[in-house]
Design a binder for this molecule. Structure first.
Ligand code: SF4
Length: 480
């Protein structure tokens, strides 16, 4: 073996002001580290969100030297902390090969190779197969899917074809040095251990705004599934009590989802399951009954908009009537529903954006998150956004218009939040989370005890309401 000790590093450092962190293991990096295992004598996985002592660059350098690390693999996934991570890369030792990969690294391949002189290789797209060739020390020109410098110029090798998800080994959890739990402001609040399982890659649908269904190179991932047995074996071997299926839509293939549930029931696997889904799952009451029996507690549903013209623009594949009809069915099952919405869409008015809160209450979704429409590099809405008069897209993919600036959209977002998240709603959330078994009483108490900001927000909100009522009363008395 060419390399003795490979260090795989998740370089994100979480500040104490972060609200909920540490929940998600760095699954992408774990997949790649697991693939590398057979080609290097030793693999170490460091997650800087947890291993705070290595947030100091010098300490990290000491660790690398003291442990004879001879190849470094760092994933860059998000926009945030990009500059900090670049400066960390430039601090790495000259003599150790430095490989970077991940979603953001793929998007910024040129920028990274130009600004971080210490980088030797950027892995573009999915890295499970590419890392094997790197560890085998093949010559760079023979490795598909990488970029590097050659005679002072950036060289991009041919893109590696996507492999089937069934050919990839699932993450070896024994590489972890930490347990992933729900932590709030760095405090382990619930003792609830958490893990993610990928049962399929890709999504057969084609929502225009969505880049999840694409790999970082903009290629649409073919919907590719793992063997049912393999998925259930993986779950059975996990210590974690709560499992999130990280598939884009766990129920894309209804029959297969049902087979996974059957096997989980047969093997008496007892865990709390969470999954992303589409509203069409409501067309399969038989499956809904089964997922309740298995222990599915939370479904994350992309609803996106209450308006038919927006749903059509997004190519969501359903309309507002279908959403209402689906929720009439979904509400009958003891599952917690979280809905995702998008606002600030092209040609959407402020009133239409604000209607999200009312619509969400009407359909009976338990909680919502809403995001401004983003036009990512490979978004199917790019042409529309660029050709619609008055609309603009920033380099970071943020969409705004002459009528709705960033600040105006932010204000609207705050109003949606204000209208939806009333104190009454928060009580309902707690009640529902308890009644369906999403969280235990202890977990909820821990959450509120350790989240003074949330409590303060509720109290302020009540005071604000009282002040508003008092001033309306005063105006009324004065005018009568
Ligand atoms: S939004 Fe969801 S359903 Fe639509 S293409 Fe993306 S992953 Fe698939």
């Amino acid at each position: 073996m060419k390399y003795k000790h490979a260090l795989f590093l998740n370089p994100y450092v979480e500040s104490s002001s972060t609200s909920i962190m540490g929940l998600f293991p760095p699954t992408g990096l774990e997949y790649v580290a697991t693939s590398a295992k057979d080609y290097v004598q030793k693999v170490t996985l460091l997650d800087l969100r947890y291993e705070k002592e290595f947030a100091s660059k010098d300490k990290l350098l000491d660790f690398i030297r003291e442990n004879n690390v001879d190849i470094l693999c760092i994933s860059i996934v998000w926009d945030r902390q990009f500059q900090e991570i670049c400066s960390l890369l430039n601090y790495m030792p000259d003599e150790i090969p430095l490989v970077v990969g991940g979603y953001k690294a793929t998007l910024e391949v040129e920028k990274l190779l130009q600004s971080c002189s210490k980088i030797d290789i950027v892995v573009r797209g999915e890295g499970e197969e590419t890392i094997k060739d790197i560890m085998k020390d093949l010559s760079l020109e023979d490795i598909q899917g990488i970029s590097y410098r050659l005679n002072g110029k950036i060289q991009h090798n041919k893109t590696r074809p996507l492999c089937s998800v069934d050919d990839i080994s699932y993450p070896d959890r024994s590489l972890r040095r930490v347990k992933y739990r729900i932590a709030l402001n760095g405090v382990d609040i619930t003792k609830l251990t958490f893990d993610t399982v990928l049962s399929a890659r890709g999504c057969p649908n084609d929502c225009k705004f969505c880049t999840f269904k694409l790999n970082p190179l903009g290629q649409k991932r073919n919907y590719s599934t793992r063997q049912v047995e393999s998925v259930v074996n993986e779950i059975q071997n996990l210590d974690a009590e709560a499992i999130l299926f990280s598939d884009d839509n766990f129920f894309s293939n209804i029959k297969r989802a049902e087979r996974i549930c059957d096997l989980l029931i047969e093997r008496k696997v007892k865990k709390r399951f969470f999954a992303q889904a589409r509203i069409e799952i409501a067309n399969h009451p038989h499956l809904l009954e089964k997922i309740v029996k298995v222990g599915f507690k939370l479904l994350l549903l992309g609803i996106e908009s209450p308006h038919d013209h927006i749903l059509a623009q997004l190519n969501k594949g359903f309309d507002s009537f279908a959403i209402r009809r689906s929720f009439e069915v979904l509400r009958r099952y003891p599952i917690y529903y979280h809905g995702y919405f998008i606002y600030g869409n092209i040609n959407e008015t402020e009133d239409e954006m604000l209607y999200i809160a009312k619509f969400a209450r009407e359909i009976g979704v338990d909680s919502i998150t809403f995001q401004k429409l983003r036009i990512e590099k490979f978004s199917g809405l790019k042409n529309l956004a660029e050709s619609t008069p008055g609309y603009h897209v920033t380099d970071r993919g943020e969409l705004y218009s002459d009528k709705y600036s960033h600040a105006a959209l932010k204000r609207i977002g705050r109003k949606i939040k204000f209208f939806f998240y009333t104190p009454f709603r928060l009580l309902r959330i707690v009640k529902k989370a308890l009644s369906v078994g999403l969280l235990t009483f202890r977990e909820i108490v821990c959450f509120f005890t350790l989240s003074p900001r949330l409590l303060k927000g509720l109290i302020n909100r009540e005071l604000e309401k009282k002040r508003l009522k008092d001033s309306l009363k005063r105006i009324f008395i004065k005018n009568n």
